[in-house]
Write a protein that binds this ligand. Structure first.
Ligand code: 13P
Length: 235
């Protein structure tokens, strides 16, 4: 059974793109492929009510409490949130989330039936010093339950400098090799980092790349549509 491809739009701190709610919006679910959007918290409920498959950009592991500004996994479960990003590099950088925090978030989401999309990836310095694999191995420690993995090398995020598909494939195969064999076959590993309508097909030709977590290009409906269409073609 081939793994169902997943194309995810991470809108970050931006409003939903023009036309997101139209009948032929590229952000809507379609058959044969999972299309998931990650709006800001204020738009999440609206997107779900409009029939999109939506996830949250982050969530806290604690059920409730004195954490001003935060939202718990339990609170996300209420309105029917299906996915949550855990450990996006911008959360690690701007909110100092550690591997331990991220593992706790993913565990809390999984326990509630929300699919964690675990974001991992090395910095430019880690890649240059030959430590990229060591980094992702560390980031995957303590993850002993099913997740979707998004490999997003930090140096490729928002820079226009995507990874080379062959290098990304090498890392995806390495990540898969770290998972228990049956789990490894099932786990979807997405690539993220300057994905656009021009480079998408090259990544999708690689056997261990099961889709994308798209940032900037997901805000452009035409570009996102082209990426989704590329993923819908299967040889
Ligand atoms: P860009 O596609 O803008 O590089 O962002 C990637 C990303 O951070 C998706 O989560």
């Amino acid at each position: 059974m081939p793994r169902t491809r997943l194309i995810a739009a991470n809108w970050k701190m931006n409003p939903p793109p023009a036309g997101w709610n139209e009948a032929d919006s590229p952000y809507r679910p379609r058959t044969g492929l999972d299309v998931v959007v990650f709006p800001s918290f204020v738009d999440l409920d609206t997107c779900m009510k409009a029939g999109l498959t939506a996830g949250a950009q982050c969530g806290r592991s604690e059920e409730k409490g004195a954490f001003t500004g935060d939202v718990s996994m339990r609170m996300l479960k209420g309105p029917g949130c299906r996915y949550v990003l855990c450990g996006h590099s911008e959360r690690r950088k701007f909110h100092r989330e550690t591997d331990g925090d991220v593992a706790a978030q993913a565990a809390a989401a999984f326990a509630l039936g929300i699919t964690p999309v675990l974001c991992i990836g090395e910095s430019a310095e880690e890649r240059e010093s030959g430590n990229a694999q060591k980094k992702v191995r560390e980031q995957l420690q303590n993850i002993s339950f099913p997740v979707v993995i998004a490999y997003e090398p930090v140096w490729a995020i928002g820079t226009g400098k995507s990874a080379d598909p062959k290098n990304a494939q090498e890392m995806h195969a390495f990540i898969r090799s770290l998972l228990a064999s049956a789990e490894g076959k099932r786990t979807r590993i997405l690539y993220g980092g300057s994905v656009n309508e021009k480079n998408a097909a090259g990544f999708l030709a690689e056997p261990d790349i099961d889709g994308f977590l798209v940032g900037g290009a997901s805000l452009d409906p035409a570009a996102f549509r082209a990426i989704v269409e590329a993923a819908a073609q299967r040889p």
